[in-house]
Design a protein around this ligand. Structure first.
Ligand code: HEM
Length: 237
């Protein structure tokens, strides 16, 4: 079928619901704010003259970091809840490959990315390889939240609620280790974010599926071929 003919038959499918898109963008924005303020906390690069109390740059950075950390933590928790109540494309089994089709789909996706297969595997939501990668990313989110709360607990007043997280400090291997893991985790997440953007751009262009637009609008536009192959298996995904 020619490209023009395919466009006439394109199918619009509502994939990403409002809570999925909202948590996605809240995570993106809070991650950026956390990275900028975190880099400053680790390496205070703005010099100030005179008494530190007259400027409060570090205090401001730490306060912004803390507010963004709460937005980040709640967005991640909200997205995990939505894995159990959302539409089929938002569910936990889009992340963990428990069906045979998704397990095989991991290899088919790798084969497509490495030019061994001509056609992209027909999955409407996350492809199975992306799903597994996002599981690792959510694991990394959990590590950032645990080490972050361990660091907060160390600074918290003994009557403050945050001091209740002190039990995390030995679990992280002590405060220095918590700080180190927290710092390395940031670079891993920033590396993922760069790769995520470019691969979404690339796959969206190759599949002509409006992949990038879909995280704004919620809709994916499928070619007749992908729609037909996906519909055949949608119950198994
Ligand atoms: C993925 C999100 C996050 C990123 C990218 C991030 C990044 C960073 C970085 C780079 C540092 C400086 C570490 C160093 O080199 O010393 C830092 C410090 C800190 N982070 Fe995060 N962070 C994140 C999430 C959180 C969360 C969820 C909390 C929970 C409250 C948190 C609490 C803290 C605290 C309290 C410090 C200060 C440690 C100190 O006073 O020295 N962070 N963060």
């Amino acid at each position: 079928m020619s490209i023009e003919a395919e466009h006439i038959h394109m199918e619009r499918v509502y994939v990403w619901e409002v809570p999925v898109r909202l948590s996605h963008w809240l995570i993106v924005v809070s991650l950026l704010v956390l990275s900028v303020t975190g880099l400053y906390i680790g390496n205070p690069f703005i010099p100030v003259s005179g008494e530190a109390t007259q400027h409060f740059v570090m205090g401001t950075m730490k306060s912004i970091h803390f507010v963004a950390a709460m937005v980040f933590t709640l967005s991640v928790l909200w997205r995990i809840v939505w894995m159990f109540v959302g539409n089929p494309y938002a569910r936990w089994n889009e992340f963990l490959p428990v069906s045979k089709r998704r397990l095989v789909g991991i290899w088919n996706t790798i084969a497509f990315y490495t030019f061994l297969h001509r056609d992209s595997p027909a999955f409407v939501g996350h492809n199975p390889l992306a799903g597994v990668v996002y599981t690792v990313v959510f694991g990394l989110f959990a590590v950032m939240i645990a080490t972050g709360f361990a660091l907060s607990a160390a600074n918290a007043h003994m009557n403050a609620m945050l001091s209740g997280f002190q039990f995390l400090i030995p679990l992280c291997g002590g405060l220095q280790m918590a700080r180190f893991i927290h710092h390395v985790g940031m670079w891993l997440l920033l590396g993922f974010a760069a790769h995520h953007f470019w691969s979404a751009f690339l796959v969206g262009t190759v599949e002509r599926s409006s992949l990038l637009d879909s995280i704004f609008s919620g809709y994916k536009v499928l070619t007749p071929d992908v729609a037909r192959r996906a519909r055949k298996h949608i119950e198994e995904d």
